[in-house]
Design a protein around this ligand. Structure first.
Ligand code: SF4
Length: 193
């Protein structure tokens, strides 16, 4: 098997869907052999594309608040890996950004996962990651987030984007019940060195 270092170099050089990317390829992904918690979100926005730092935006601020983590821990702890459904900024849609490029996850996810055998918890953030990784009968993200088995390896979450403010307002059980459960699970894993 290729080394993780070589794989990350291949990802950084990827141009598989470059023709569709308005700002060109700039894959944003964080992987480490020590990873225990894996975050699978959608795709970088423009600010993440510009800085090359994952979750470096208001969505990231809310996500860190859900996790009960500050920026320092979020970026410094190698036990946290970040592998979105699309590694590069996909462009603007009429409302928000376009969907993550479909080529990306089938091309890279399995190969990256093979280098992260210690992952215990996978946060599926938003509908694209959930559609790719979960085969369940829930008809909406709301049902899934509310009813998914609590100790499963996969933990579905809504996207923490400010665009989802209304969803969070309409579903106060998420902040009241799911966030504390998420935080407790994350901290239990990270305390177990
Ligand atoms: S989005 Fe994924 S498949 Fe497309 S160029 Fe970036 S790394 Fe390659």
């Amino acid at each position: 098997m290729e080394s993780l270092c070589d794989l990350l170099a291949d990802i950084r050089a990827c141009t598989a869907c470059a023709e569709y990317l308005p700002l060109g390829p700039r894959p944003v992904v964080v992987a480490d052999f020590a990873a225990k918690i894996l975050l699978i979100g959608q795709a970088p926005g423009t600010r993440v594309h510009q800085t090359g730092i994952p979750w470096n935006d208001p969505s990231g601020d809310r996500l860190r608040q859900w996790l009960g983590m500050d920026r320092e821990q979020f970026y410094a702890d190698p036990r946290l890996a970040i592998m979105p459904m699309g590694f590069c900024y996909p462009g603007k849609a009429k409302s928000g950004d376009l969907a993550p490029r479909k080529e990306c996850a089938p091309l890279w996810h399995e190969r990256l996962l093979a280098h992260m055998p210690k992952v215990e918890l996978v946060l599926l953030i938003g509908q694209y990651a959930q559609a790719y990784y979960l085969r369940d009968n829930f008809s909406t993200l709301t049902e899934r987030v509310a009813q998914h088995p609590p100790n499963h390896r996969f933990f579905p979450l809504p996207h923490p984007s400010p665009r989802n403010q209304l969803w969070l307002k309409r579903n106060p059980w998420f902040d009241g019940e799911v966030v504390p459960r998420l935080r407790a699970r994350v901290h239990r894993i990270l305390e177990n060195k």
